[in-house]
Design a binder for this molecule. Structure first.
Ligand code: ATP
Ligand code: MN
Length: 282
């Protein structure tokens, strides 16, 4: 398919998405699919990552997630961050003082691309440590393609909308994710709650890892405590046997490998690399 053909295909797809929607969502779709974003999707299509974008799974303030498919019909989730001021403001507080974002903080678009890259790499890092997150597939600009969590009936439900037969069991898995996240992946999720956990075949899958921080970040222990508190609060309400925050913290910090050198390969990489194409387009 030529560029022109692809572009009109994408525009038609976006139009189709729009006609299904009314009011706010119409605006959502307009904003999300700006020209740069269409170009990024186009790039993913020509490089064989993506074949089609089908329907929105979720439309949020800072981004949308779409159901998409690979050429062979395999499902994908395509998360598209909106390059808006509100996204910029939210991520600003997470990347302030983070050396990996040095030099980017003035450029809204570049920062959002770097953020997309960060979520991709955090997913990779969790995956490599064997933790249950969607497998990252590719990213470009503000678009992130990853494993679709769900089945032919649609995406898996959020933990908050799930009836739990055995809350203790899922609680243990959530706490294991926190502990192994720190000890094996050297990451703190930082926004862990029943809103960022999907339940697939009775197993929790942890999503939305853009803000996850390396364990050596100055703020990481605070975020860790907050994650544990959120999980404890939710599972307490669901009748699970809760472990004290202090005891969990002790367990997190005592075990594992504290060698900060392990983070070098991660921290030294230049986030700017893959998001260098767009400049001064604001
Ligand atoms: P929002 O502001 O809408 O919560 P967000 O930035 O928090 O967006 P996510 O939490 O990553 O983004 O994703 C939003 C929603 O999209 C999720 O609640 C979930 O329902 C769906 N979703 C995200 N990733 C996947 C995936 N890999 N497979 C299936 N559904 C997904
Ligand atoms: Mn979320």
């Amino acid at each position: 398919m030529s560029y022109d053909e692809m572009y009109s295909y994408l525009e038609a797809r976006v139009d189709a998405l729009k006609t299904n929607r009314t009011g706010d969502e119409r605006q959502t779709v307009d904003e999300v699919f700006d020209k740069q974003t269409l170009m990024a999707i186009y790039g993913m299509m020509t490089s064989g990552i993506l074949d089609s974008v089908k329907y929105p799974i979720s439309t949020g303030k800072e981004g949308n997630v779409f159901y998409a498919e690979e050429e062979d019909g395999e499902p994908l989730a395509l998360k598209i961050f909106r390059t808006s001021t509100s996204t910029f403001k939210r991520i600003g507080k997470y990347i302030e003082g983070d050396p990996r974002f040095r030099g980017l903080t003035g450029n809204r678009r570049k920062m959002i691309y770097a953020w997309t890259n960060k979520e991709y790499r955090n997913l990779q890092r969790y995956c490599e440590a064997g933790l249950p997150v969607p497998e990252p597939v590719a990213f470009s600009k503000n678009c992130l393609a990853m494993e679709f969590i769900g089945d032919e009936n649609g995406p898996s439900p959020l933990l908050k909308d799930t009836v739990l037969d055995d809350p203790d069991d899922i609680y243990d898995e959530a706490i294991s994710f926190i502990i192994d996240g720190w000890q094996e992946a050297h990451l703190v999720h930082g926004d862990l709650s029943e809103y960022n956990i999907l339940m697939m075949d009775g197993e929790p899958i942890f999503i939305d890892v853009g803000q996850a921080m390396t364990a050596d970040h100055f703020n990481s222990k605070e975020l860790l405590v907050r994650d544990i508190e959120n999980i404890n609060r939710f599972f307490k309400n669901r009748g699970a046997d809760i472990i004290d925050v202090a005891r969990i913290m002790e367990e997190v910090l005592s075990g594992g490998d504290d060698d900060d050198d392990q983070d070098e390969d991660y921290d030294d990489e230049d986030y700017d690399d893959e998001c260098d194409h767009e400049e001064g387009d604001e």
